[in-house]
Every structure is written in structure tokens, then in C-alpha cells.
Ligand binder design. Structure first.
Ligand SMILES: [Zn+2]
Length: 576
């Protein structure tokens, strides 16, 4: 990873969405109109993302956080020479700041206190012993006392040499006194040791909840360690959290993780009320310096829906409540995505004719989507399998919404969709945020588990674009690394970590891949007039890159580095 680069901590001086240095500048604006905070950028490849194909301009000027000029260098100099700070890009490439179309910002806050147990290239663990070593090392380094938690992230049984799930029997001898939890890479489950299972009050008498999975040890009902979906959610929700003060301190490093990758907008893609209240507090305290959009969870609607404290669709100090998040199935690699054709290799617990399950019964889900749409909320639905996508379509259809209503209902992931479902998206004005990183991380798993035509049609960016659908492309951070060039590369190459290309005819060019991180997500946020392009009147959110992604070719994409990230005219990250 390119994290060896130093971070310039300019971010601390930026306060919220009102724009950098606004108060001071307002005073000066009256006295000396020419001394406004203005910057003129020129001398590089400035890609506007305005057109259906690439368009370059010679110069851009920002004033007080907004773009005020886009055009020729000559014209820019004629108006702004001596009045604006000049930045010579020296042949580097400038783009609109990247927008994370779906991810979990609070993961960044939490990850500071967790162990990376992922396999390469995200981590270094390739077998069970390596994971145990990692956990032990972390426990010693942090002097975590007996009785406390040790939590690992990025656990993926498919990438272990043993090719099986870790059980409590693997963990218990090494951690008799600590509570250990390995969060599955899908974020939809975890493996717990005996101490942690005791804490969660899960034992041989615990019945598996509907829509959940509790793996059992062979020959009995004793839990083995793995909990998935509804069996896992209460465990995750009840984990002890750091104090508010500790979390406020983590806000800056968490946002810097995004800024260092060129992102000026992050999603908190399943926001529990506790986290929502925390983010609102952080915003109030001026601790947010990129834009963050939050999606309150469908599990807690009774507490936030129709509550005047929670106002949707507008920014307050960098935070916007975007809409409601439904999670209606699991992950395809965990075989908990609900598919119309059974998994070729059975279920996660060895079930036959396994098609996965939905999180909620279909009718409950459809009623809740209707209620949310009736309440005027943007609806975002996590749906991976084609059978769940059918439900997401039916829900919008039965709510009486069509494209003319412009509700921009989003299907998050929308991975294993069928061509006929794309037509429905067009008809209903739906949009989707894809996950082409899956091609790399789990493409080879899907090819084993899912009928080939469906496996190869995963995240069909090309087909969606051909239908005129607006799409975006995400990392689902921290499910995959927060690296925009990896996302662009997987959209272009669709190469699995085992080398095969997953659905070669869905590969796209670099410009289309870039739309998935700029104009696509801006539209999905209802912010196409605010961000996603370099255009007069939009926010001065920029990223400056070491090379032009439209020219490196697919093999050079992953070597591109973020040199600088600018949020509303102020540099929040600079590589040195
Ligand atoms: Zn997610």
C-alpha cells in the first residue's frame, strides 16, 4: 500500500461544510474583494467529467470553496492574475474529488482498535496459525487484559490454506481468558471463541433465529463459532464501544484515511442510531471536514422516522442524512445472498438446494419500503442475489413509483442481477451502486458456487451503461480496501485474484470507470449540481494524481498515486 506517504495535517484547520476559513474570509470580502481565498490551477491534465466522453480544460479557478471559472489559461490569467494563488500542476492530473458511493465510515473509526486478519493483498494471513499469531501479537502489543475483547477484521475462510471456517476449538487453547471475535470479510458474520459465545449467551440450547446461521460442531448442537446474519446482528450491536471522547479523537484519522485516497465524500452505509447521534455531535463540534452521508438503519425506524431531530436531505456541518438503508440479503461469497437458482455447492452449513434467504419476509420488506417512500425518504436497498433484486423491484413497483417520480431508489451491490432486471431499473427510475472489486476478491469463488452465466454477469457495468442507467462503483469499505484505483482497475480488468477474467464483455474503459466514482455517485446523492464534476458553480473538491488514468492503460492504473486532495478549496491531504 502507498501509506508510506506522509500526511500533511492541514485537515485540522478545516471546519465543516460551511467551507474552509469562511468566517475570516467574510470579513475580508467586504474590505478587500481581491483578497478572497482564490486558487488558479493550470499546467496539467484537468479532466472535467462533464461530458459523455473525456473533456479537458486548461485552467480552473476556485473562490471560497466553489468553482468560479473553468476554461482557457489565457482567459483565467486575464481575470485572476495577481488575485488568486497560482498552482502549476506540472503535468499532473486533476479530477473532481472522488465520492465513495457505498461504504461504512464508522468502520474507519472502529478499525483503529482492531486487528487486520485479512489475506493478501489486504493483509498477510494465509492460514489459521497466522491469524492466531496476529491476534496474540496484538493482545501483547496493546496489553489487552484478560476478560477483554480482541477483534479481528477481514477474516475470510475461503482464502485460508485449510479451506474451512475457524472454530472456537482453534481459538480457545490460545485465548482461554479473552473474548475473541473474527469479523467475516462480508461484515455479515463472525467467528467467536468460547468466552465470546458465553458473553453472547449462545450455547447448545440456542435456536438458530430465522434468517440466521449458527454453525454447530459435528454430531451435536454445540455452537462451533461462526454466526451469520440475524444470529450475528445482535452480537455486533451489543459490542462495547469506545467513549464518545475517544471516538471524537478518531474522527480525524478516520477521515484522513479517505482524504489520502482522494475521497472528499464518504458514506456511512448502515447507520445505527447510536452512531448517527455521534456523527451529529461530531458535526456540531466541527470535527467533520469531508462530506459524510449517513443511511439510518431499517431496524430502528421507530426511533428516527418522523422524529424532528433527524432531518434528511440537507447538510449540517458536513453531515447529511441521505435516506434509509434496508439490508435484504447477505453476501454471495458467504452464500447468504438470496438467488433464484440454487448455489452449485450447497449452503454455508452444507444445506442442499440452497438459495440463501432474505433478511425479512418479502411482504414485511415490501410494506416497509412503501412506508419509507411514502415518508419521502430516499430508499437504498442492499440486495446481492437476483431473487432479492426481484423483491427490491417489486417493492418500488407496488409503491407506485416510476422513473418520472425521480426517487433514485438505489440497489446497493446489485451484483447478481439478470439482464431483464436492468430494464426494470430503467422503468422504475432505480439506480445501482456496483461492486466490481468482487471480481478480484471472490470472482473465483462465485464461478464455483454460481451458474456461470450469472457469475460472469456480476456487477454488469457495461450492460447498465448501455441501458442508460446511472451507476456507481464502491469498495464497501472495510469489506475491500479504500483504494479508488483498485475500483477503477477492477471495473476495467474484471480479473480474479486467481487470474481469470470474470465476464470479459462487461469490462469498461477508464472514463466509464471514473464516472462510477464521480458523476454517478453525485447523481445518486441528488448532488449532481454540487459535486462530481469540475464545472462552474460546483464545490471546489479536487484530487490531483501522479498520472492520468485515461492514459496509463489498464496495467498502470493501480500505480497511480494521490498527490493532493482538496475539499472546498482547502488542501486536506498532500503527499510528500
Ligand atoms: Zn455495505
Amino acid at each position: 500500500m502507498r501509506k508510506a506517504l506522509l500526511i500533511v495535517a492541514i485537515a485540522a484547520t478545516v471546519s465543516g461544510c460551511a467551507g474552509p476559513g469562511t468566517d475570516d474570509a467574510d470579513v475580508r470580502a467586504v474590505a478587500e474583494p481581491d483578497k478572497l481565498q482564490q486558487t488558479l490551477y493550470y499546467g496539467g491534465d484537468i479532466i472535467t467529467m462533464e461530458g459523455v466522453q473525456q473533456e479537458y480544460v486548461e485552467a480552473v479557478v476556485q473562490r471560497e470553496g466553489k468553482i468560479v471559472f473553468v476554461g482557457s489559461r489565457e482567459e483565467a490569467l486575464a481575470t485572476y492574475k495577481g488575485k488568486a494563488d497560482e498552482v502549476d500542476l506540472q503535468g499532473k492530473t486533476m479530477l473532481p474529488g472522488f465520492i465513495d458511493p457505498h461504504g461504512h465510515f464508522m468502520s474507519a473509526v472502529q478499525m483503529v482498535n482492531q486487528v487486520n486478519v485479512a489475506a493478501p493483498p489486504v493483509g498477510t494471513s494465509t492460514d489459521i496459525r497466522a491469524i492466531i499469531e496476529k491476534l496474540k501479537g496484538y493482545q501483547q502489543e496493546k496489553s489487552i487484559p484478560a476478560g477483554e475483547w480482541i477483534v479481528g477484521w477481514g477474516y475470510d475462510q475461503d482464502l485460508l490454506e485449510e479451506g474451512r471456517h475457524i472454530t472456537k476449538l482453534d481459538l480457545d487453547p490460545h485465548f482461554p481468558d479473552h473474548k475473541v471475535m473474527l469479523i467475516h470479510v462480508s461484515m455479515h458474520g463472525a467467528v467467536l471463541n468460547s468466552r465470546a459465545l458465553e458473553w453472547a449467551e449462545i450455547d447448545s440450547s440456542t435456536e438458530t433465529p430465522p434468517g440466521g446461521i449458527i454453525n454447530r460442531l459435528p454430531g451435536g448442537s454445540e455452537p462451533a463459532g461462526l454466526l451469520m446474519e440475524t444470529a450475528y446482528i445482535p452480537v455486533f450491536e451489543n459490542l462495547p464501544q469506545p467513549s464518545e471522547e475517544e471516538m471524537l479523537e478518531l474522527m480525524k484519522p478516520a477521515q484522513m484515511m479517505y482524504a489520502a485516497e482522494g475521497y472528499t465524500h464518504a458514506y456511512e452505509g448502515f447507520t445505527h442510531l447510536e452512531n448517527l447521534d455521534f456523527l451529529m455531535k461530531a458535526a456540531e463540534e466541527g470535527a467533520i471536514f469531508i462530506d459524510i452521508s449517513a443511511l439510518p438503519a431499517f431496524t430502528e425506524t421507530q426511533e428516527w422516522m418522523d422524529n424532528p431531530r433527524y432531518v434528511f436531505g440537507e447538510y449540517h456541518d458536513g453531515l447529511k442524512l441521505q435516506g434509509i438503508k434496508f439490508t435484504q440479503d447477505g453476501s454471495p461469497q458467504g452464500k447468504t445472498a438470496h438467488v433464484a437458482t440454487p448455489y452449485l455447492t450447497g449452503g454455508p452449513g452444507g444445506e442442499e438446494d440452497w438459495t440463501g434467504e432474505t433478511t425479512q419476509p418479502k411482504e414485511d420488506f415490501i410494506q416497509q419500503v412503501k412506508a419509507a417512500l411514502d415518508a419521502g425518504l430516499q430508499v437504498q436497498i442492499h440486495a446481492n442475489g437476483d431473487a432479492t433484486i426481484d423483491q427490491a423491484i417489486e417493492a418500488v413497483e407496488r409503491a407506485g413509483i416510476t422513473a418520472a417520480d425521480d426517487r433514485r431508489t438505489l440497489v446497493i451491490h446489485s451484483q447478481f442481477q439478470r439482464p431483464d432486471q436492468l430494464d426494470k431499473y430503467v422503468e422504475l427510475g432505480k439506480s445501482q451502486t456496483y461492486f466490481t472489486n468482487h471480481c478480484y476478491f471472490w470472482g473465483y469463488v462465485h464461478i464455483k458456487n454460481i451458474v456461470i452465466e450469472k457469475a460472469e454477469f456480476i456487477s454488469p457495468v457495461k450492460a447498465a451503461k448501455d441501458k442508460g442507467l446511472v451507476y456507481s462503483n464502491h469498495t464497501d469499505f472495510n469489506v475491500t480496501p479504500l483504494d479508488p484505483f483498485f475500483v477503477i482497475w477492477t471495473a476495467m480488468a474484471r480479473e480474479s485474484r486467481s487470474g481469470e477474467v470474470i465476464g470479459p464483455d462487461q469490462r469498461v474503459d477508464a472514463y466509464t470507470a471514473l464516472q462510477g466514482l464521480t458523476t454517478g455517485p453525485a447523481w445518486q446523492l441528488f448532488e449532481e449540481d454540487r459535486k462530481g464534476k469540475i464545472k462552474e458553480g460546483l464545490l471546489a473538491d479536487f484530487v490531483i494524481l501522479s498520472e492520468n488514468p485515461l492514459e496509463t492503460g489498464v496495467d498502470g492504473i493501480r500505480d497511480i498515486e494521490v498527490l493532493e486532495t482538496v475539499k472546498q478549496g482547502t488542501t486536506i491531504y498532500k503527499a510528500q
